[in-house]
Structures are given as C-alpha cells and as structure tokens.
Design a protein around this ligand. Sequence first.
Ligand SMILES: [Zn+2]
Ligand SMILES: [Zn+2]
Length: 761
Amino acid sequence: MNTADPTTDLTALLAASGLGRLRPEAAREAITHIEWRPPRAGASAPWPNWAPEPLVTALIKAGIEAPWPHQVAVGEHARAGRHTVVATGTGSGKSLAYLLPALAELITEPTARVLYLAPTKALAADQLRAIATLDLPGVRAAVFDGDTPRDERDWVRQHANLVLTNPDMLHHGILPGHGRWRRFLRGLRYVIVDECHAYRGVFGSHVAHVLRRLRRLAPRDVVFLAASATSGDPAASVGRLIGAEAVAVSEDTAPRGAMTFALWEPPLQRDASGEEHRRSALAETADLLTDAVVAGMRTLAFVPSRRGAEIVSAMTRRALREVDAQLAALVAAYRGGYLREDRRALERALLAGDLTGLATTNALELGVDLTGLDAVLLAGYPGRLASLWQQAGRAGRAGRDGLCVMVARDDPLDTYLVHNPSALFDRPVEATVLDPGNPYVLGPHLCAAAMEAPLTPADLALFGAPDELVDELVDAGALRRRPTGLYWTHPQRPEVDLRGTGGAPIAIVEADSGRLVGTLDAGSAHHALHDGAVYLHQGTSYVVDRLDLDDATALVVAEEPDYTTHARDVTNLDIVAVRSYVDAGPIGLFLGDVDVSHQVVSYQRRAVGSGEVLGTFPLDLPPRELRTVAVWTTLSPEVVAGIEDLPGSLHAAEHAAIGLLPLVATCDRWDIGGLSTALHYDTGAPTIFVYDGHPGGAGFAERAYGIAGHWLRATRDAIAACGCLRGCPSCVQSPKCGNGNDPLDKEGAIMVLDLLLAALA
Ligand SMILES: [Zn+2]
Ligand SMILES: [Zn+2]
C-alpha cells in the first residue's frame, strides 16, 4: 500500500484533472495508490529518402510534419525483407509505421500488392477512410469483407492494390477462392497484421494457421508487418503467429503527456442478510463518469462485460437526469454484438463530440482511433497489462495530462492489484499466449489448406504438423495420400470455427416484432440466454421466452422483472492423460489432458437489491463436452486432516486461484473453468482442477503449471488481504460459480494454499 498520505496528492490530482466534483471523503477512503508517469518529449526523424515525394507531400498536408524515429525504423526493416512488429503505446503512430513502406511500394511499383488485416471490420473501415483521405496517386485501396456487395468484389480482386480485410474473410473468402485472387497474390509484397495482440488464445492459434495458409500461396519474399500494443517479447509472439522469425521495434519515440493513475477500492458493505461485499465497481464507475460529464470532461469508461457497460451507461444517465435532463443525452453504451449501424452511429457521435461519456467494452479497444480524451475509467482490471495500458493510453496527449482511475471489482485479482500496485506499475507487460500446436486447431486447418492446394512435406513443416496427427486425418478419411501430396477429396469444405466459440452465434430476436436485437456467442448462451433468463441489452431488459439451440435463436420479450437470474451447472471431469507432474510428498501438482462435461441444469431467481433467492427452476439443456488441458493439485488425506470444512476450503481456494490466473497467463477469468472435490475418482485424493475452457486448450493451464508457485502465492495473498470476515466476492466467491458459492471456507482456503506452498517450495 502507498505509505504517503494519498489525500495530499489527491487534492492536487483533483485540481489538476478537473474531476473536482469527486467526493473527497469517498476518495480518501477509496484511493489505495496514486501513480504519476512523467511526460516524454519525444524525438523526430527526417523523411526517409525511399519515401516518394507525393507520399511525403500528402502526409505533411495531413498534418504530419516529420516521422518519429521508431516509425522510420519499421520501414528500414521492412525494406530489408525482415518480418517486423512495431509494439509501442497507444497514439504512437503505429499505422504510419507500417503504411510508410507499404504505400511507398504501391506508389513506385505498379504490380505490387498489399493485404491489410484487422481483427474487426470497424478497424478496417477506419483505415480505409484514413488512407482515402491522403488521395495518393497509384494507390487503389478497398475493403473486402462480408459487407462488400457482390458486384464490387470482382473489381476489388482485379484492380485494388491495397485490400483491407479480416482473418475471417481471409479464411472463408479469399484463401478458398485463391484462383480468382491469383494476380493479387502473385504481386503480394506486404501483409499488414494490425492489432496483432488480439490474436491470442484459441483465436490466435486459428489465425496463426490462416496466416500460414496465406504464406503458402504468396511469393516467398512476402514480408509481414505487424502492429501490437506494448507486449512482452513481441518478436517471439509474432514469430509464433506468422510461423517465421520476426524483429521487433519497441522503443516508443512519440511525445506523451503526463499520466496520473489512481487505484480505487470501493467500500465494504453489508447487505440485509448480513452478507459482505464491496460496493459494485459499476456503481462507483457510474458515479465517477457522472462527475466527469458534469465537468465537461470527455471520458471513456471501460467495462469488462457487455452487461456491465449497459448498466454503467444506464446508471450514469439516471444520475445526470437529476442534475440536468440535457446532460443525460451525452452518455451512451458501446459494445460488440450491437448491430453495425448502431455502432457506427455511436463512433461518429463520439468523434464529433456529440457524446461526452461512453461506457464501453473492449470492443472499442480495437475499434476507432480515439485518443486525447480527458479521462479514462476502468471498471475493474481489464485482465491484461497490455489492455490496461492500451485503454489508459486513450487519455491525455502531448502537452496535456491524462487521468486514469482503475476501480477494483469485487474479485480476488482486483483486490490483489489495488493492494500490490507494483504488480501493475513495475511489471513488464505480459507476452501474448497462443498455441498453434493445438491439434483441435491444427487438424481442421490442415484440411482447409489441403482443399486450397495439396499439402507437400514442406507445407507440413510450415504448419508444424506432427506425423501422428497427419496419420490420424488420413485414417479418418479426411485427407487422402497421393504421390503428389495430401488431398482433400470431399465435395464440401472442411468445417473450421475460427472464433472458437463452439458453433454459430445465437441470434437474439424480439418475439412480438421479429426484430433482431443482437447476437451472443454460442458458448455463453446456455448460461445467459436459457429459458427464463433476464438479459440486458442497450439498457433494455429482456426475458428469454425460449432458447432454440437447433435454430441458434433466442426469442425474448422486453420486460423488467424485479429479479436477476443465475444459472446453476453440474461439471464432471475425467483425467485422460498426465503430461507432466511434480511429486512434492503429500502434495502433487499435475498437468494433463482431461474430459470435461458441463451441463446447465437449473437457474435461480434472486431479488434485485437484497439478492434473496426467490426460487430455483429446472432447465433441460444438453451437456457440453470438452477435451482440454488442465492443471491440478492433490493433497494427501493425512495432510488435510486438520481442516474442518475440506470441500468448502478446496472450493474457496479453487475460486481464488481461477481469479488470480490472469495475473500469470494472458487469459480472461472466463476462459478458465474449475472443479474441486474432497475425493476425486481418478486421483483418489482431495483435488483442485483448473482447466482451459476451450477444446484442446489455449496454453493457459500450461502456463499456470509452469509458474504455479508465483500463482498460488498471489492467490493466498489476495485472500489474506481481504478485510471481510467469512469470504466475499473480493476473495473467494465467484460470479460464475455453478453451485451458488456454496460451500466456501475462507480460512480453510488459506490453510490449503499454505500447505501447497510449503510443499512446492
Ligand atoms: Zn473477502
Ligand atoms: Zn464454485
């Protein structure tokens, strides 16, 4: 904790930031740490002599007088034929860094082609607008995505020399039809992979193989230019993503304003039933956003969940209406899953200044190029330092300070962080974790690649395909071996689910009108859209009438009941194989493959406000089966003999361990599942399992296993640091618990973790 009296700094902070309306009493209680980052002057470089005159003229006309040295460095590497990643902060001109060599090539070489990939359609559209504004001779840029009209597609294929698209379209549209893209692919000089830190986990592993499929069909000397948020070891991550060695440019030479960063822990409260919990981060964020809008500060509030973004926006509007009805119109919510037209309208309003406050999910993290705001509020730690700095970097600009306030959520990771600021401010940004070797990802892409062109031994080396996997695909009849290579001989295309969400997204449809309200990924539907679920969308509350899994549709009715719903589930886990283990006497630590069966069986209604359980209702949903990777730990029955409530202690330790895993692996709490039991049939001992929530795993459990001591130490410290008596959401309760957080024993969890740490040391 900060030893200096934060209130002294706080007065200056409030005065300087304009957040003067912050209640000083609340702030004195809530702020655990203030971090100040000094401004940086920055440097500039002359325009490189390889940049053609029309390009330099256009850039100067657009307000860029001279490039920064790191931008020129990227171009030098690119022109020398080296795959390059630029990994610098928000607002450091990464676009210009990769566009400079790419546009120079297009202007000077008529047959050259460039492919630009963004993780979202919005970002590709944004880039097209920016490039079109430059109005460069010889540059014919066009977006090619699912929204491109059929009659324009031929023109793009034949005439565009800069095509902007996304990995999904590359996978579904461009690579399978590569015959029609022959001319474009033959001239391909650069492939730009923007916001490449988005390609992590299972999705990242999929994109890695899409890029290998592209490399196979492109000229040998094609150069990849990637842009990433600041990240640990970007060269290695990008190397794994593209399947080739890359160099990194990570010294940021752009000027930057000073940044004040405050950590804010909401007060502990006791509800009517005596349960302890902290005031919600959403409510505190809404208060701060209200103050900011009243003060006229352009402010973004990042909220990790879609539902949370809706709530913050609704609460802020309600509070503002009491001050001045006009102010309420200056606030809105923004998230993925909104219809395209709605998102565009919000982006335009924010850019035009018609909105002052926006509560957003990280959909905006990758979306419009929006920097120079007055303040950024984070409702909870966004899960990764890379995201934290990306989001915080939207505040402030050269010559002007920015303010960022991170409000701790009621969970163990946030509790740990606001009491251990060095874990935020003195720790290098984590590396991007992806695992292209996952056979569940690799297998389907080998089939897709074979459909595009027969696979040769050199191709198999490019994909890193082990012989056993290839034999398996041949034996299963997916691939056919011929003297000229491996062939896909089926009439239909192989099925590959790039976003790894387990099936088509569920369409949310209003029952009376048939209007499409939005979509939700299939993986979340059992929990969030089951029959009877209360579902919030753009501030409107809906009740699900019927979830039809065959039609991938949820019929909903606009309704605002006085209860919330919470799904209950049953999980079974079988150990398939042990990959590695540590034998520490009475303690065992294991990494291996497991089969998880997960079924949502019922849901509870709880009263809004008091949280009182109003009833439990059965559901009839099929189990979801998952073969994945888990890390687990066993304790001998003797060593835990003194622990009174063993199931509750293991369960509490499991929850907190899942909560802290994002500290050591670049996962979300929601990417991870867990199971604990006083006796597991496969281990014959008290056991805690933590598993990757994706088929084949995403590398998270493996990472946890490799760094288990650090992970479990932080877990123990987070529980011990929490001031509650019997356990609360800030330490051992979990919002996604399928057992309604019962049983849980906070003290026992600390004992279990002490036993583990003593043995593993
Ligand atoms: Zn607690
Ligand atoms: Zn649980």
